[in-house]
Design a binder for this molecule. Sequence first.
Ligand code: A3P
Length: 284
Amino acid sequence: MSEYLWFEGIPFPTEEYEKETIEESRDKFVIRDEDTVLVTYPKSGSNWLIEIVCLIQTKGDPTWIQSVPIWDRSPWVESQYGYPLLINNKGPRLISSHLPFHLFPKSFFSSKAKVIYLIRNPRDVLVSGYFFWSKMKFVKTPESLRTYFEWFLKGNVIFGSWFEHTRGWLSMREKDNFLLLSYEDMKKDTKSSIKKICDFLGKKLEPDELDMVLKYSSFQTMKENIMSNYSLVPEDKASSDLVLLRKGMTGDWKNHFTVAQAEAFDKVFQEKMAGFPPGLFPWE
Ligand code: A3P
């Protein structure tokens, strides 16, 4: 069990991240107008979104997603591994990030680059994170869900508070270069969500191409794709039973929260997310 790497009050994993890279990505990384940025709070379905956007780029052809690891296709700008890949990539780039709004590359805010921000019910994010981080060797691992629940509400978890992250990025929601998606809507109607992404990115897919995107990004197919299911994460970083595609459902929190936890969560959610229009968050 490791502690965190702290950067300006935000906890990062202790491996793969360094203060200098996070600082450099914020202050010096140049986002280009033709780049596409995929931002999520961890465990919101980030890799699912990346898989879909990659498949849209190839018009449903699975060759790319089946031959190149997901972290090379859309590198994480804040990570030690992803940052150099991105600066050396000359074409229009796919860029992933978990950074909170205020730590994101400053150049983005004067660019025309498009950003997709994917949100998920934070209760499910919490449960998904609990199981995932317990298998990782370079983050502080909780001994119980009860402990993790407390850390989560305080923002004492990787990439900080869900509430701050979401509030920060949602401040962009009226901008033309911002698309807000939710895991819940993607689950309910994946095809419509893919179409929405295509419209936003200005990509046109034939019906059969759209069907291929749907097929190759499905939970079961992605779970079997070693380039996307995190089975390539080396043993020194995670235990061998690490699973990225765990359940892939909405509302799993109901199987894990006590009644008291559910009430405590509601209270914090209402306090922290006050002021957003009803219906913005598509979970009950
Ligand atoms: P669960 O742990 O609830 O199963 P991230 O990519 O941000 O780390 O998010 C991981 C979560 O997204 C996991 O949630 C995982 O199962 C879910 N997920 C990944 N690929 C998916 C897919 N193709 N369809 C549905 N859910 C998917």
